[in-house]
Design a protein around this ligand. Sequence first.
Ligand code: FAD
Length: 549
Amino acid sequence: MSRYLIVGGVAGGASAAARLRRLDERAEITVYERGGFMSYANCGLPYHIGGVIRERNALFVQNASAFKKRFNVDVFVGHEVIEIDRVKKSMSVRDIASEKMIADTYDKLILSPGAAPIRPPIPGIDAKGIFTLRNVADTDAIVAYAAEKKISRALVVGAGFIGVEMAENLHARGASIAIVEMLDQVLPPFDRDMAVLVHEHIRAKGVALHLGVSVTSFRGDASGVTAVLSDGKELTADMVILSIGVAPDTAIAKAAGLDCGERNAILVNEYLQTSDASIYAVGDAIAFCHPIFGKAMPTYLAGPANKQARIAADNIVLGNKKKYPGSIGTAVVKVFDSTAALTGASEKMLVKEKIPCRSWIVHPASHASYYPAAAPMSLKIVFSPEGKILGAQAVGGDGVDKRIDVIAAYMKMGGSVRDLAEFEQAYAPPYSSAKDPVNFAGFVAENIIDGVMKDMSYDELRALPKDAYVLVDVRTSAECARGMLDGAVNIPVDDMRSRIGDVPKGKKIVTYCAVGLRSYIAARILMQNGFDAYDLKGGYRTCDALRRG
Ligand code: FAD
């Protein structure tokens, strides 16, 4: 009879335990969980704070006694594993309530200890009213504090996924919200040319965005918590949510001498085995070779944690047969009434890693625009010069998640932008268009790699000497009257052939329209008449958002 121990009883740990039992009815399986609860919905915590998930109980997927009954697995909550002895294959466990120490032994061990919020040592960080959010205890503390203090002002420090979700949910509780983010954009995994669309939406909700500044200190007093920013400004709030990132919670793994990488994430092989063959590790605590970047990186997402848990359990019981292919970081976040989703690599990461790439942004509608309630969407596709899909990002309303999921599926199969052009969708006007947004992304990318179209980004345009190009707005004069990019001249697309004599030769001609369709037509006319014509990436929609930041 085998004895399997698991450290961590939430996403990865509970999944692994259940799978181990389904494969091995006779094994002894024990889970140790430091917190007070097992198998709860960490992803739902912000929504309970905001009152969207009203019942606290709805957060709990399983409890120890139900899990024991169904899976015959012993789960000890409130028990912290404090040491692993790899030679003796044993662990020391502390019962947090009684302070009693327990020793336990294993044949195979699975580590799924997750990641903990980062709390930098800035002055005043321990002031009352400053919270991080990782688990049910944090959630209870935030809910109780918010109710007791009847908070009307909240400050969110860090605009990653959890920060943005907390901003929305504290806003839903009636608090005015300020967000402080060190970078010049929210949602760091996204490229800035997509994040600026999220800025528009967040600001439209009355949230104050402080970008490009950090908190240098906190001060707590009777009026609340005051954050002093790097630009000298001070913001006072009743409550602060610190959401500046997480780091693998791997002190015991490190102390046990397991190989660890960046930020002490546990290094695992393709079978999810650590540097000790008897110990497997999964979830937020591990670093695994990224399929695009080719180097070990952590992924802090629930989907990969659950899937890794299944693979690790299979390999433990059935022998190392299943290989983990790696995560491409497919993720989605609700931002008030909008959705932002992404998969694969961002353009900025690829540039940083010196991986050649191209990109384009389309702005199609979620479904046929003549059918009611079509929602605008912006979809960015990132690809290699040969056309391999490297990433995609989308911001908008209905259908954003669907398009990113489709592209993620193609990416996982090694797909190219030509596959996206051919993607066959289920179409009727309420759901899509005869040419889906995914098709449009594929069409444009194909045009770029085939040289049918030459693209230029807003940053590339601004880097050009003023006398090297002519910027042509090909929208109607009525549209132009509502705003144009600096220095542009207006030649509506339908007048392009008759006014082609107005366009100077010997310079780059950069065309733009609202979303990039008419400017493409204009650029094609110009190219076929011998001009060095470029289409401005994302059109006025993207460039206007970029210049407003
Ligand atoms: P966890 O699920 O965090 O479980 C680790 C557990 O190990 C913890 O409960 C911890 O107490 C325990 N532990 C650690 N050390 C020890 C020890 N020494 N002894 C005993 N127990 C120990 N991901 C998404 O994909 N989508 C989302 O929408 C999303 N939303 C999120 C919202 C919030 C507020 C949070 C905090 C996370 C969210 N995530 C989301 C991330 C997702 O929850 C994690 O990726 C996932 O839970 C990782 O699973 P895990 O098993 O590695 O870690």
